[in-house]
Design a protein around this ligand. Structure first.
Ligand code: MN
Length: 337
């Protein structure tokens, strides 16, 4: 069996398409693309563990992508996992998936977690793919499936968001984008408006507070920044990279739960080979408990504790350690106060 024969075999079956907790536009876009491609001949349900983000929620409404929160995998003949590669990313649905006995197809582009969620023949993993929707587009083309305007819109949305608006893109990304945009019958701004939400004033305040409170470190010629925010960690970290940091960590501790988001500048990642997941959050999880993962330039950590600041310091330490190893000498890391 391979991914193509798996998808040919789901005809008439009850299939669950499952994506990750806090499903983003690429997750919901890839689930939607598969749904629109197969729902006429199979009984397809899109499942999302716990919740989806606001952008993908808006897109699901606008493109009429149906989904269920926390469906029971037991009731399905086959399972397709999209845009995830670790059981942690399934949140409260992890046990239901672990117990699933029927075939599982996995399509993903995250940094390999080392976990085996299905057999090798049914794992379509490409860390170099910009988005999971890109992988689906290539697969659909290979299978000569018709790409409807709805499918094309889903694919385009995933490419736009996971490339951070083409910041992480090469010529092939633009080629795919040109093709799916034409097939969608929409303009670029039509696609963006499917998921664009005006930044809420509370999020803007969180970004500004993150900047006011941040600790600034210089390691070699690179800037590493960490900050403690009450909410919007990912958005805070992204805004600190926009302001000029090479690596930014934004964390919060609420009710004993610690959440840290990391973002790294794309040119910095390319030039140094730095990987937030591999070099910071996965080792952090091993050392402090909790779990971390994601991509080279965008990743996160979930753990337990009342005080986030020593964990943020640890993130900075691990990032600095990577640079010292890379340059083969002490960085003389300095904090700017
Ligand atoms: Mn993705």
């Amino acid at each position: 069996m391979n991914p193509e024969s798996f998808l040919s075999s789901i005809l008439g079956k009850k299939v669950l398409i499952l994506t990750h907790i806090g499903a983003d536009v690429d997750a919901v876009g890839s689930a939607g693309a598969l749904y629109f491609a197969f729902h006429k001949n199979s009984n397809i349900t899109i499942g999302i563990p716990e919740h989806l983000n606001l952008n993908s929620k808006q897109m699901a409404e606008m493109l009429k992508i149906p989904y269920e929160i926390n469906p029971n995998p037991k009731e399905f003949d086959a399972l397709i996992l999209l845009d995830l590669n670790s059981v942690e990313m399934l949140g409260s649905m992890r046990n239901g998936v672990k117990k699933f006995k029927n075939p599982i197809l996995l399509i993903d582009h995250h940094t390999d977690s080392g976990e085996k969620l299905t057999i090798k023949e049914l794992s379509l993993i490409d860390e170099d793919a910009i988005s999971t929707t890109e992988l689906l587009y290539k697969l659909f083309k290979k299978m000569k499936l018709g790409i409807t305007p709805e499918i094309a819109s889903c694919i385009a949305a995933g490419v736009i968001t996971d490339s951070a608006g083409f910041l992480v893109a090469d010529h092939s990304t633009f080629k795919i984008m040109a093709e799916v945009l034409e097939l969608s019958g929409k303009s670029y701004s039509d696609i963006v408006s499917l998921f664009r939400i005006e930044t809420d004033i509370s999020e803007k305040i969180a970004q500004l507070k993150a900047a006011r409170r941040c600790k600034i470190f210089k390691s070699f010629e690179h800037l590493i920044v960490s900050t403690d925010v009450g909410a919007f960690e990912a958005s805070a970290a992204t805004s600190l990279v926009r302001l000029g940091s090479d690596i930014a960590f934004a964390g919060d501790s609420t009710n004993g739960k610690i959440l840290i988001s990391g973002r790294a500048n794309n040119q910095f990642v390319k030039a140094t080979g730095f990987d937030l997941a591999k070099d910071v959050f996965i080792p952090l999880g091993e050392e402090m408990g909790g779990s971390g993962g994601g991509h080279a330039g965008a990743a996160g950590y979930n753990g337990e504790g009342e005080d986030v600041s020593p964990i943020l310091d640890k993130c900075v330490e691990l990032a600095n350690k990577f640079l010292e190893k890379k340059y083969g000498k002490s960085s003389g890391i300095k904090e700017y106060t």
